[in-house]
Ligand binder design. Structure first.
Ligand code: TXA
Ligand code: MG
Length: 334
């Protein structure tokens, strides 16, 4: 039977907490995207996440906790710079990779000696974490490699048959996943995934952050963060990423018989070539664009198109995360 989203009221939150404690799966809203949650300390419950998503076991999960104190139970130590970042930005969309304690099962971390942790800023997520009393492992609540969910309905259509409950918290505010940053070598924090907290904000707190080159696309070839696998967040419709904002050249190159969709920051003057257009932000605002990104990809993916062309956004602030998701969505299978 397929699960329909339910209101995040007190009685459903209490039920959801009980489901988590007894090894079930709850989809929950966060400020970034919807997560597919299970008790992080229960290896069998966590195994159900991988099964439901069709996610390979070598891709480790983020563990969510209601407070810095709760996070401290999961990690061996927090270097001063990471602690400062946590104090200033949690609850919020930044995930820290730190040395794990033994209580965190290997299945959560794909056997790595480190664990990714964050305190989410959504009131429903925080309340659920407090009520459950256990840390919650939660990747984005979509099938592996597919577009991340920013509405409860997205979760229901992707994973409705494999979750025990979907809590509806409305549309996600940020719309792209958290920024993942590793503090394993305390002197050099490393950006593993650009995300909803701009790297400029992080650097203002911890100093220079090392940015990795684009990732390996070969599963099993240990990327420093397996989420750096290239193809990800992808619509089923083939997508290509333009090297510059949409212009007449590209449209002219595509066969006239093809139904082409355009994903753009601002609608260009002439859209006559396109069968569908998704404009992320008429005002060119990157926050608004990030919040709309995945829903726009989904809309184009269901518009019966032959191809989606996407234009890159300016590469600063949330633009890094948006361009990263566009690049991966446009990445071809090898
Ligand atoms: O915004 C978010 O982060 C959402 C919400 C639900 O919190 N969650 C999310 O989880 O995006 P997921 O599983 O889709 O992404 C987890 C990312 C991946 O890039 C994964 O490789 C990385 O975190 N990661 C997890 N544990 C790691 C570890 N020990 N070392 C390096 N990278 C790790
Ligand atoms: Mg994901």
């Amino acid at each position: 039977m397929s699960c329909v989203p339910v209101a995040a009221d007190a009685s459903n939150l209490a039920r959801a907490a009980a489901i988590l404690r007894t090894g079930g799966l709850v989809a929950l809203p966060t400020e970034t995207v919807y997560g597919l949650g299970a008790n992080a300390l229960n290896a069998q419950a966590v195994a159900r996440i991988f099964e439901a998503k069709g996610r390979p076991f070598f891709d480790p999960l983020i563990v969510h906790a209601p407070s810095l104190e709760a996070v401290q139970q999961l990690v061996q130590s927090i270097p001063p710079a990471a602690l400062e970042l946590a104090r200033r930005c949690w609850p919020g969309p930044v995930t820290l990779v730190l040395p794990k304690r033994d209580i965190v099962p290997d299945i959560v971390t794909a056997g790595l000696p480190s664990v990714a942790v964050r305190v989410p800023a959504h009131p429903v997520a925080l309340e659920l974490l407090r009520l459950a009393g256990v840390p919650v492992a939660a990747p984005s609540a979509n099938r592996f490699g597919a577009i991340s969910p920013t509405l409860a309905e997205h979760v229901a259509s992707d994973l409705g048959s494999s979750v025990d409950m979907i809590l509806d918290g409305g549309p996600c505010e940020s719309g792209v996943e958290s920024t993942v940053i590793s503090f394993l070598e305390p002197s050099v924090p490393t950006l593993l995934r650009p995300g909803a907290l701009p790297v400029e904000t992080i650097e203002a707190i911890v100093g220079k952050v090392r940015k990795r080159a684009h990732s390996t696309s070969r599963p099993g070839v240990a990327a420093a963060s397996p989420g750096m696998l290239e193809k990800h967040y992808a619509p089923r419709t083939p997508m290509s990423l333009l090297s510059a904002p949409a212009d007449a050249h590209l449209a002219a190159e595509l066969p006239a018989s093809q139904r082409v969709g355009l994903l753009c920051l601002k609608r260009p003057a002439d859209v006559s070539r396109y069968a569908a257009v998704e404009e992320l932000s008429p005002a060119g605002d990157l926050r608004q664009a990030a919040a709309r990104l995945f829903a726009a990809m989904r809309a184009l993916d269901t518009a019966g198109l032959d191809v989606i062309v996407a234009e890159p956004v300016p590469e600063h602030g949330l633009g890094l995360a948006i361009n990263d998701r566009l690049r991966r969505a446009a990445c071809r299978d090898e």
